[in-house]
Write a new protein. Structure first.
Length: 171
């Protein structure tokens, strides 16, 4: 029985060491091009670049990432506490865009990891708007104002008002 126990312990030890070494494995091969910072990191921002009120209280993110991808404007912002805002606009021009049921434009706020997001477009009351006043792809700057009512599927909601983005960098 001692030999069986020793074999079992040795097998477990080899498995643990193999998993540990695999976790340390480099993710890129020598032929991969070096990663660019615009593809892999968010930009630390001045808190005046993006602000909004959540149920009347001021919210400012610690990180923001704005990208133009295949005719879509993607705005992502996050606090160090992992609260997150996502706005998606199915266009890349200045103008007024509505968040509503059936719209290609959307906004969502995640209050904490593992919690349900407050979203637009899931009920007649989960609406809002973003007004893009500046989208300068050449100089990579975005300015806009926004507001929305975010609902969860259980019917709870939060209001997001006085949202503004001022000369934020576009990746």
């Amino acid at each position: 029985m001692n030999k069986l126990n020793f074999t079992f312990v040795a097998l477990i030890l080899v498995l643990v060491i193999t998993c540990s070494l695999q976790a340390c494995k480099k993710d890129t091969s020598p032929t991969d091009p070096p990663p660019t910072t615009t593809d892999t990191t968010a930009t630390t921002i001045d808190t005046t670049t993006l602000t909004m009120k959540v149920d009347g209280g001021l919210w400012t993110p610690d990180l923001i990432r704005i990208r133009l991808i295949n005719d879509i404007l993607s705005i992502q912002a996050q606090t160090n506490a992992q609260e997150a805002l996502t706005i998606t606009v199915d266009d890349q021009t200045t103008g007024d865009y509505t968040f509503e049921i059936g719209s290609a434009h959307s906004a969502a706020f995640l209050p904490a990891p593992g919690e349900a997001a407050f979203m637009t477009g899931i009920s007649a009351l989960s609406t809002g708007e973003i007004k893009i006043t500046k989208l300068d792809a050449a100089n990579k700057k975005l300015s806009a104002t926004f507001h929305f009512n975010g609902y969860r599927t259980d019917g709870t909601f939060r209001t997001f008002t006085e949202g503004k983005i001022v000369d934020a960098d576009i990746e």
